[in-house]
Design a protein around this ligand. Structure first.
Ligand SMILES: [Zn+2]
Length: 88
């Protein structure tokens, strides 16, 4: 089962305890990073381009429920957002 990522109009909500703010997210991503090295050899990521991303697991920090999140509208977002087919 894959979990839908939050969008500009939606966020996660734990269906068991109602947590909206704290989750441990396990995700795999394929990224291109722009590494900038300084003269001593230390590097820093200055740009990241995400080519693909999969959310594998979301665990609620409050009640430890795994993959029990649903997408709910963010405050102020339209209730009838259907762009992603998530909410009717
Ligand atoms: Zn929870």
């Amino acid at each position: 089962m894959s979990i839908a990522a939050p969008t500009a109009d939606t966020r996660w909500r734990c269906t068991l305890c109602g947590n909206l703010t704290r989750f441990d997210v396990t995700r795999s991503a394929r990224v291109v990073e722009y590494l900038h090295f300084d003269l001593s050899g230390e590097s820093k990521v200055e740009e990241t381009e995400v080519l693909s991303e999969t959310i594998e697991r979301v665990r609620c920090r409050w009640c430890n429920a795994v993959d029990q999140v649903e997408l709910v509208p963010r405050p102020g977002a339209e209730e009838d957002v259907t762009e992603d087919g998530q909410k009717a």
